[in-house]
Design a protein around this ligand. Structure first.
Ligand code: DCP
Ligand code: MG
Length: 396
């Protein structure tokens, strides 16, 4: 029996949350992100703004040139985290196998719900429609959904749905790919929509005259292997719609990480620390939500020439604390980064997941205090849903 995998991605997520804060933004061209005068970039842009060519990761100054009336809103991170948690909770109440892949995106294995044996078996269409309308009505957020027999095709189905929406409005798309039609669905799509086809691979494929996913699927797999190594073999499989990765819940996941690619390379120390701090907070939040802690903290860095490196360090005891993850990440960064060197991508993660250690050590009073402070901050964010409170300097 083929599986039924649902992929959900919120439409213009940060913007949708801002519309909940201020209803007058609805339908208007606006973008959430950094101010243009501080070389800020677009995090999320409303669908009205996208009609003008505004896109995420674009410098805000460029977005304003494309769309002169663009309203610029700064980020309210804790609201996004809070709404994201609510959506994920909703998904977990639908089915046990939920895998969150980013702040606004998750896979759900709904195979069991669709089996006739489970009494009144639901169709994937009904499940998708009900879920979409619940998230819309109860949480006030639009989303798009893709359903297919595996994660790869489900995610691409969501993306295709989003592109076919009415101009200027959140797409609210639902796209179903019936089992057996995976390859046909992927066939006409641009090659770079396939996972594993970045700009470099896309350029090399184009040199061979391959522009679509179908083009990859029809190219001899052996030749792709010769040219691209193991990735080539994988590409050939994926292009034919094959993917047997299971949906894994966070408990089964071996690591939790978050990364960001900058629209422009960043060399400013404080900006890098700020990003690391935001990433560490997202990682910490995800750890605490599932009651896990990580023994090893790692960072990933990509330099402007695309060389990428990772560094990690194992702590004396596992942590789920934003501050400890952030401070450890700063140290790792300081060790590998020559002063002033620009960075293209930065990521923070933890591995060695297990239950958080809570006992007080003789010298552990500070750790316990930090943990209590973190719990208080979480509770305040939960209640007031704003960054009314933010920690000041890192403490060592
Ligand atoms: N995000 C960000 N910087 C980026 C990309 C995304 O800060 N370069 C944040 C803001 C987005 C959220 O992550 O709202 C989700 O990213 P998506 O790629 O899903 O983008 P949106 O949800 O904004 O739009 P859509 O999914 O409708 O295309
Ligand atoms: Mg989204």
């Amino acid at each position: 029996m083929p599986r039924k995998i649902l992929h959900l991605d919120l439409d213009a997520f940060f913007c949708a949350v801002e519309e909940l804060r201020d209803a007058s933004l609805r339908g208007k061209p606006f973008a959430v992100g950094g101010r243009p005068e501080t070389r800020g970039v677009v995090s999320s842009c409303s669908y009205a703004a996208r009609s003008f060519g505004v896109r995420s990761a674009m410098p805000m100054s460029r977005a304003l040139r494309l769309c002169p009336g663009l309203i610029v809103i700064s980020q309210h991170w804790s609201n996004y985290g809070e709404m994201s948690d609510k959506v994920m909770e909703r998904l977990r109440s639908l089915a046990p196998l939920v895998e969150q892949v980013s702040i606004d995106e998750a896979f759900v294995d709904i195979s069991d719900m669709c089996r006739p044996a489970s009494g009144a078996a639901a169709t994937p269409e009904t499940i998708a429609r009900n879920l979409q309308s619940e998230i819309r009505t109860d949480l006030g957020l639009p989303c798009s959904i893709g359903i297919a027999s595996n994660k790869l095709v489900a995610k691409i189905a969501t993306e295709v749905g989003k592109k076919s929406g009415k101009q200027g409005e959140p797409p609210n798309a639902i796209t179903l790919v019936p089992a057996g039609e995976e390859a046909a669905f992927l066939d006409p799509l641009p090659a770079d929509m396939l996972w594993g086809v970045g700009p470099k691979t896309a350029a090399r494929l184009a040199e061979l005259g391959i522009h679509t996913i179908g083009g990859i699927a029809r190219w001899p797999a052996d030749d792709l292997f010769q040219r691209f190594g193991e990735n080539g073999r994988e590409l050939s499989r994926r292009a034919r719609g094959l993917d047997d990765r299971p949906v894994v819940t966070e408990h089964a996941v071996k690591s939790i990480s978050q990364e960001v690619t900058f629209a422009r390379d960043i060399s400013n120390d404080r900006a890098l620390e700020g990003s690391l701090r935001d990433l560490a907070a997202q990682v910490g939040r995800r750890l605490r939500r599932v009651d896990l802690a990580g023994a090893t903290v790692k960072i990933k860095i990509r330099w402007p020439d695309f060389t990428t490196l990772t560094r990690q360090v194992t702590l004396t005891q596992p942590t789920d604390q934003d501050e400890e993850i952030a401070v450890t990440a700063f140290d790792l960064l300081a060790k590998v980064r020559p002063k002033g060197k620009a960075v293209r991508l930065i990521g923070v993660g933890v591995t060695g997941l297990g239950a958080p250690v809570r006992q007080l050590e003789l010298w552990g009073e500070d750790a316990e205090k930090a943990r209590r402070l973190q719990a208080t901050l979480d509770a305040l964010h939960e209640r007031f849903g704003d960054k009314a409170i933010r920690r000041g300097k890192p403490h060592k």
